[in-house]
Design a protein around this ligand. Sequence first.
Ligand code: AKG
Length: 243
Amino acid sequence: MLTPEEKQSYDENGFILKKALASPEDIEKIREDIEDIHNRMAEHPVEGVGLSWEEFDDPNLPPRLKQLMNSELISPTLSKILRSDTMLDILEQMIGPDVSLYHSKLLPKDAKDGTAIPWHQDYAYWNRDDNRPLMVNCQLAIDATTRENGCIQFVPGSHKWGLQEHQRRQQTFGVFLPGHYQEREDAVQVEMEPGDGVFFNALIIHGSAANTSDLPRRMNTFAYNVTGNGLMQCRQALRGKPL
Ligand SMILES: O=C(O)CCC(=O)C(=O)O
């Protein structure tokens, strides 16, 4: 559960870090579930799993995933965590008792090759008349994340600025704010230990730098919605009223 101070911090800043959200044993199992994921998916794609690849100038580089959508289908451990009471109790404090899964996606920003994710608000992707900005993300650290390997960054309080005008391009994470890869002085970097989770608001401005380190930065983002808010945006009701 969130303490009253954590809830207040989430409301003010638009994000909150929860240490040790997942156990070391579960993190180890996720690592086994996703072992050699780049090559496995290149050779044997799985039905229902959406793959987006890094686009390299050098054609000799091996295929590297930028994003793997519906990661619960390849990791039973992620599937367990996303619907665990630990997770749903926190979400209930944020969005009420009717919690649905929108998606679960793996962001395996690889050592040296993992590219930046431009500044954006997730609601720029999810904005529809019947879908109010109630959604919440939880990004779970599978590896330690640092400034060097491209940890997530947020602009605190920007969830209160409303939806900003985004630019669009045909690419993964192709909806972004002007100055999309530039550093921002108003952003904070959130370094995490394996098992930590950061919850963040659908309207907060966030992004991350490239991975310039020798270590991978594997993260998984779970996106949740209030059941019935934009029916198309709910894959599965996890708690409360059914779809
Ligand atoms: O992985 C990152 O650094 C950012 C991910 C992101 O933008 C998202 O999950 O919405």
